[in-house]
Design a binder for this molecule. Structure first.
Ligand SMILES: NC(=O)c1ccc[n+]([C@@H]2O[C@H](COP(=O)([O-])OP(=O)(O)OC[C@H]3O[C@@H](n4cnc5c(N)ncnc54)[C@H](O)[C@@H]3O)[C@@H](O)[C@H]2O)c1
Ligand SMILES: [Zn+2]
Length: 439
């Protein structure tokens, strides 16, 4: 059955005509034994498009005869092109050291407010402040209690108080140093303080790096629902330093990997292949620097691309909700504790894949490949015990993605593309969930 036969009112959303990829590697050669007359860093201002950084280094050898005098740091720069406010996502090992100079080149005002939580600030606060101070910024900090349950209007007040105390001006910048919770709250505070100041996202969790920090969705929770109070407010820069993942709790790392797998399924078949080739996915240490850089780059490219085409979620951006329909239901029915967001998404992707296969939208062998990846990432593939299928079916009705009483699902049609449809019967949902119960 083709999609148009399934849902004649809507046209398929896929990335068949996706423009070329936009990531580049910038090679920085650092001379280890600099002569007194040369600067100790040479920036090769040439962008090497999608070539192996090692061959780029070899060509640099030829030009500069640096022999073995330099080390190379990989860096990807992805642009998020928007009609009003384009910005860059920079992915660089030890990128935190570049925070001050990158902010300087944005020509923002001198005052900066760094927002973080104590657990993250303990590791990275000093480095961030040192980089900002060295670039001449006047820095104040605001530490918020850690955790989703503090993502509330009451906690925002702390950011506003700090902004007032530091006399933040229209030209000032908020820097969000943390996971998605810090990013969403700081972004919303920046959207509303003085009717809008700049925000720079420095995501520290894998989930925030590949998803939450990009795209300008900001907000806080209402007791009745997640992210009900919010605004679109695009960052001026997203600065990703993969080194900070070393202190991320392993379960949070796996949760972020669920979103990475999501991009592989709905958007980037090459990313999916790369994940399949990776011997292991469940731990940072098992991944290796190169594969991590690739995963981050490709995931950010996917999000950047989708957001560039549909900033305010009028259509295409909805495909980012792949796995989230049933995922959210499972997450909320288990009180956000038993199953975290990424685990919910993993379960939701298994369910969506089975639904797609049931409707003959996705060839029957493909869901198995997805399941293998989810298992390799150490994520769940079955429903948690004690959760009623009827409760999930009920919860779907209250989801934000319900339109005119019908639940909207994102379903893959092949690896690398997906469609949005509201034509999934409750009967199919029930039977797929039944197969996912732990027997
Ligand atoms: N704006 C968006 O488009 C968007 C997209 C997806 C998710 N979100 C939001 O993001 C939030 C989830 O984000 P999250 O998964 O990053 O959760 P989180 O911000 O709660 O971070 C998870 C935990 O890891 C800790 N942590 C983060 N980085 C660390 C590091 N480098 N070292 C040590 N500890 C670290 C945090 O303190 C926290 O305890 C949710 O509120 C969700 O609504 C927003
Ligand atoms: Zn998500």
């Amino acid at each position: 059955m083709s999609f148009s036969a399934l849902n004649p009112r809507k046209s398929p959303i896929a990335n068949a005509n996706a423009p070329p990829k936009i990531a580049t590697y910038e090679i920085t050669a650092v001379i280890l034994n600099p002569s007194p007359h040369s600067s100790n860093t040479i920036h090769l201002n040439k962008l090497y498009k999608r070539i192996d950084p090692v061959s780029a280094v070899e060509s640099a050898h030829g030009r500069f005869s640096l022999a073995d005098h330099f080390i190379v740091s990989k860096q990807s720069i992805i642009s998020v092109s928007l009609p009003q406010r384009s910005y860059e996502i920079v992915i660089a090992l030890n990128g935190l050291n570049q925070l001050g100079s990158r902010l300087q080149s944005l020509q923002v005002g001198q005052k900066v407010l760094v927002v973080s939580n104590p657990a993250i600030f303990r590791h990275y606060g000093e480095g961030a402040i040192a980089s900002l101070s060295a670039a001449g910024f006047s820095v104040a900090t605001c530490l918020l209690p850690a955790g989703e349950r503090y993502k509330t209007p009451a906690t925002l007040q702390k950011i506003y108080d700090a902004a007032l105390a530091h006399r933040v001006e229209r030209s000032s910048t908020f820097v969000a140093l943390g996971g998605g919770v810090i990013g969403d709250m700081t972004g919303f505070a920046a959207a509303t303080w003085l009717r809008g100041v700049s925000v720079v996202q420095v995501p520290t969790s894998l989930l925030a790096m590949v998803d939450a920090a990009i795209g300008g969705k900001t907000g806080v929770n209402h007791p009745q629902g997640k992210n009900l109070i919010g605004a679109f407010h695009q960052p001026r820069l997203v600065l990703i330093d993969p080194m900070v993942l070393k202190t991320l709790p392993p379960r949070e790392f796996r949760a972020g990997m669920a979103e990475v797998i999501k991009y592989g399924v709905i958007w980037d078949a090459d990313l999916f292949d790369s994940l399949e080739q990776a011997p292991r996915l469940e731990r940072l240490a098992a991944l290796g620097e190169d594969r991590l850089q690739e995963i981050l780059t490709r995931s950010c490219e996917a999000k950047a691309h989708i957001v560039s085409k549909d900033e305010k979620e009028a259509g295409l951006r909805a495909i980012l909700n792949y796995g989230h329909t049933i995922g959210h239901a499972v997450e909320s029915l288990t009180g956000y504790r038993v199953v975290n967001h990424g685990e919910g998404v993993a379960i939701g992707m298994i369910a969506a894949a089975e639904i797609a296969s049931n409707l003959n939208l996705w060839e029957s062998t493909a869901p198995k490949r997805q399941t293998a990846l989810i298992k390799k990432a150490g994520l769940p593939t079955q429903l948690p015990t004690g959760i009623e299928i009827e409760a999930i079916v009920q919860a779907l009705q209250t989801d934000k993605k319900v339109e005119a009483g019908r639940v909207r699902f994102v379903l893959p049609t092949q690896i690398g593309s997906a469609i949005v449809t509201d034509q999934v019967s409750t009967h199919v949902i029930r039977s797929v969930l039944k197969q996912m119960e732990i027997s």
